[in-house]
Design a protein around this ligand. Structure first.
Ligand code: GAF
Length: 390
C-alpha cells in the first residue's frame, strides 16, 4: 500500500516524497466522555493513512486521494471550506497552521490507506493528524504534538462541522505500541497501560451501516450535556462540566431535569466512573471485570445516551451470547460503525464465523471483522521501503 502511494506520487510529480503514517484508533471504554472533560481509554491501531508529500515551490496544494482516485488543486492564499468532502479534512488543517501564523508553502500530496471510512475508527482524525504531522515536519515549524492534536481537532470543528472532543486526534498522535492510553480530557494528562493481552484479541465488527443522524445527534448530545451542567451550576460552584458531577448530585436535583437530559447526564457520570474502574481492572490483570464494564457501557449508550442502533445492539448481544467475548460495546460516535470486542484467542475463528452468520441472517449484510493490533501514533516512515515491514 505505502509503496503504491509513493509510486503514484513519483509518477504524478516526478519528485521524492517524505512519507508519514497516521493511524486510526479504537476506544476500549469511555464513550462520549471526552467533550465532557472526562476520561477515555483509546489506542492507535494498525489501520493507517499514509501521506507522501513534498514542497512544490508554488502557492498551491496539489493533492491526489489514492483510495478515491481523485485529484484536486487548491490555492493556499484562499483556503476555505469546499464541496469535496475529503478535501475539507486537509484544508481544515492548513487553515489552522495559517491561523497560528505559520506560512504553509505549496506542496504536492498523495494520501490513502486502509482505515475504513464511517466505521467509527476515526479515519478523519487520522487524515487530520497525518497532515498536521507532515506539514510540521516538512516546513520545520517545530510545533509540539499537543498543539498539533488541538489544531487537528479544530480542523474537524471548523471544516467538517462536527464538534468532536479530543480523543480521536489524541489517540492517533500519541498512540503507543501494545498500550492503551488513559487520557484526562480536561488536563490532558495521560497514562499508558500495557495491553499485550496474549490470550485475547481486540476484534472489531463493522456493521457497515452509518445512519445519517450521526453528526447532528452528536452535536445535540453535546448541547444536552451542557443543559445538565447549567442546571447543576446553580447549586454547585465547582461544577464546570459533567466531569465534576457525582451521581448523588444528579439524584438530588433530578426533579429539575427534563427526563431525557437527566439520563444523558447520568450515562456520562457513570461512564467516567467505569473508565476509572476499568483502569484498576487492568492494573490488577482482571480482564473479566474489564469486559463486564464494556457490556455495561454499551447498555448505557443504548438506553440512556441513545446513540446506538439496531445493528450495533444486535452485535453486542450476539457477542455476549457467544461466550467467546469478555466484553463488547459500540465504539465511537455511534449510529453505525463498529463494535469493539475482547475475544478469547482460542475462540477467535469460531467467534467471527458465528457473528458473521448471525448478522447476515438477521440484516442480510455481510459483516466485516478486523483483528486490531495496537501501534504507535503518527510518525515518519523510512523511505527505504526494503527495510520496513509495512
Ligand atoms: C467521535 C468523536 F470524534 C470523539 O471526540 C468522541 O466524542 C467519540 O465520538 C465518542 O466517544 O469519535
Amino acid at each position: 500500500m505505502v509503496q503504491d502511494i509513493v509510486d503514484k506520487f513519483k509518477q504524478l510529480y516526478n519528485q521524492e516524497p517524505v512519507v508519514v503514517r497516521s493511524p486510526g484508533r479504537v476506544n476500549l471504554i469511555g464513550e462520549h466522555t471526552d467533550y465532557n472533560n472526562g476520561f477515555v481509554l483509546p489506542a492507535a491501531v494498525n489501520k493507517e493513512i499514509y501521506f507522501a508529500i513534498a514542497p512544490n515551490g508554488t502557492d498551491n496544494m496539489r493533492v491526489y486521494a489514492f483510495d478515491l482516485q481523485e485529484q484536486a488543486t487548491f490555492d493556499l492564499n484562499q483556503v476555505a471550506r469546499q464541496k469535496i468532502g475529503w478535501a475539507n479534512y486537509l484544508l481544515g488543517v492548513v487553515a489552522q497552521f495559517q491561523k497560528a501564523g505559520h506560512a504553509v508553502k505549496g506542496f504536492n500530496l498523495v494520501f490513502g490507506g486502509n482505515v475504513p471510512m464511517g466505521a467509527g475508527m476515526s479515519s478523519s482524525a487520522a487524515v487530520e493528524c497525518g497532515l498536521a504531522y507532515a506539514l510540521n515536519y516538512l516546513f520545520a515549524f517545530n510545533i509540539e504534538k499537543f498543539t498539533l492534536v488541538k489544531m487537528a481537532q479544530k480542523a474537524e470543528h471548523e471544516f467538517a462541522g462536527v464538534m468532536c472532543g479530543i480523543m480521536d486526534q489524541f489517540a492517533s498522535m500519541f498512540g503507543k505500541h501494545n498500550h492503551v492510553v488513559k487520557l484526562d480530557c480536561r488536563s490532558l494528562e495521560y497514562q499508558y497501560y500495557p495491553f499485550n493481552i496474549e490470550d485475547y484479541r481486540i476484534v472489531l465488527c463493522d456493521t457497515q451501516v452509518k445512519h445519517s443522524l450521526a453528526s447532528s445527534e452528536y452535536n445535540t448530545r453535546r448541547k444536552e450535556c451542557e443543559t445538565g451542567v447549567a442546571i447543576l451550576q446553580k447549586h454547585y460552584l465547582q461544577v464546570k462540566s459533567l466531569r465534576d458531577v457525582t451521581l448523588e448530585m444528579l439524584t438530588r436535583h433530578q426533579h429539575e431535569f427534563d427526563p431525557v437530559v437527566y439520563k444523558r447526564c447520568r450515562y456520562v457520570v457513570e461512564e467516567n466512573l467505569r473508565v476509572e474502574e476499568a483502569c484498576s481492572d487492568l492494573e490488577q490483570g482482571n480482564l473479566e471485570a474489564f469486559g463486564q464494564k464494556m457490556y455495561a457501557s454499551h447498555q448505557g449508550l443504548q438506553h440512556d445516551y441513545e446513540v446506538s442502533c439496531p445493528e450495533l445492539d444486535f452485535l453486542a448481544d450476539a457477542a455476549k451470547q457467544s461466550g467467546a467475548a469478555l466484553g463488547a460495546r459500540m465504539m465511537g460516535g455511534g449510529f453505525g460503525g463498529c463494535t469493539i470486542n475482547l475475544v478469547k484467542l482460542e475462540r477467535l475463528d469460531d467467534f467471527t464465523a458465528r457473528m458473521s452468520e448471525a448478522y447476515q441472517k438477521h440484516f442480510g449484510i455481510t459483516l466485516k471483522t478486523y483483528v486490531a493490533q495496537i501501534v504507535d501514533g503518527s510518525s515518519l516512515v523510512s523511505t527505504d521501503f526494503s527495510k520496513t515491514s509495512l
